[in-house]
Design a binder for this molecule. Structure first.
Ligand code: HEC
Ligand code: HEC
Length: 307
């Protein structure tokens, strides 16, 4: 995460310091020429080995920036082992991927291109492809003032585009700013979210995305070595089933839920979450209120998300 963005988030946090969640800013400073090129790349299957898959295949904005599948399908119909998180507001996460193995969006962007079950193209091949495409070659050199395209250039343009993929003005943010009132059920849900302790892991501008926590902190879940949790990265016993806490922004748009997409409905996700991580069994009325509150976290899909 860059320094400017950290300052923006800090200011927003201080302004709304009485609440553990802060609103999404209206925009983040970005270079619009780079973002426009990044947008073209995001929607272009040229970045996959067989020209069939683009970033947007798995991060579809009509599906909240996800693919609505349990786990994603890449080139040649290959299945991965992880659920695709949304790219909306990903810029606010303290690092990227479920286990945080990329420290920012630039570092993340080349991952799926290279991944054999996702796009299956080495970053070097991707750069050569774009360089030999007259239109791309021209667009890149206009920005970089070089005749060659490098993998880092590709990552930089895509990451710049992702800064535009934020969803301000959701009802909850308008409430924080004193511009909207929550219904009694939404307010009850927010109160529950705080008193039950959901807020201890899901807080800040992204209502998540800022810490690693164990799934099954109170009532453990089975561990699978097929999963890219923190353990897959560190090999430390205590990192089994530890993930970056996902954002709850736009959560009603991004079913199915959890790292493996194992849970189809928000109702079931909340039931499992409260049982495994807080050790409580909620009543149907409490779940209903929590869903009403989570609904208020849905923001405006930015114009930049449409081709
Ligand atoms: C075949 C499906 C697929 C394609 C194609 C794909 N992704 Fe993803 N994306 C995923 C999955 C699955 C994950 C989660 C993987 C993990 O965390 O181990 C992910 C994670 C991410 C994340 C991290 C979000 C977070 O909250 O941690 C970002 C950002 C992202 N992808 C952007 C992109 C970009 C940019 C491209 C194109 C260059 C792309 N993706 C192509 C499936 C895909
Ligand atoms: C101890 C930390 C912790 C607490 C407390 C907690 N969560 Fe979570 N939450 C997580 C983690 C970690 C994940 C990802 C788990 C996984 O993918 O297996 C998650 C995932 C979720 C998801 C699914 C998100 C997605 O994109 O798939 C929802 C919904 C959710 N939590 C809601 C809640 C609610 C509501 C509460 C309170 C009842 C709560 N959480 C309490 C850490 C926590």
């Amino acid at each position: 995460m860059n320094v400017l963005l950290m300052i923006i988030i800090l200011v927003s946090t201080l302004l709304y310091a009485q609440e553990p969640i802060s609103p999404i800013p209206q925009s983040i400073p970005h270079d619009s020429a780079k973002a426009a090129l990044g947008k073209k790349l995001f929607f272009d299957p040229i970045l996959s080995r067989d020209y069939t898959i683009s970033c947007a295949s798995c991060h579809d904005f009509s599906k909240g920036g996800t693919d609505a599948q349990n786990v994603s399908t890449g080139i040649r119909q290959q299945k991965g082992s992880m659920n695709a998180p949304t790219v909306l507001n990903a810029v606010f996460n303290f690092n990227q991927f479920w286990n945080g193995r990329a420290k920012n969006l630039t570092e993340q962007a080349l991952g799926p291109i290279h991944n054999p079950v996702e796009m299956g193209l080495s970053p070097k091949e991707a750069a050569l492809r774009l360089q030999s495409d007259a239109a791309y070659s021209h667009s890149f050199s206009k920005i970089t003032r070089r005749s060659t395209v490098t993998p880092d250039d590709i990552a930089e343009m895509i990451a710049e585009y992702e800064k535009t993929l934020i969803t301000p003005n959701g009802k909850f943010d308008r409430y924080l700013k004193g511009k909207a009132a929550l219904t009694p059920n939404e307010a009850k849900g927010y109160l529950l979210f705080k008193t039950l302790g959901c807020i201890s892991c899901h807080n800040g501008v992204n209502v998540g995305g800022n810490s690693y926590q164990k799934m099954g902190a109170i009532v453990p879940i089975k561990h699978s070595t097929r999963i890219d949790d923190r353990f897959a990265l560190t090999g430390r016993e205590q990192d089994k089933n530890v993930f970056k806490v996902p954002t709850l922004r736009n959560i009603t748009l991004t079913a199915p839920y959890f790292h493996d997409g194992s849970t189809a409905t928000l109702e079931d996700a909340i039931t499992k979450m409260s049982y495994h991580n807080l050790g409580v069994k909620l009543t149907p009325a409490e779940i209903d209120s929590l869903i009403a509150f989570l609904n208020t976290l849905t923001g405006e899909i930015p114009a930049q998300a449409y081709p």
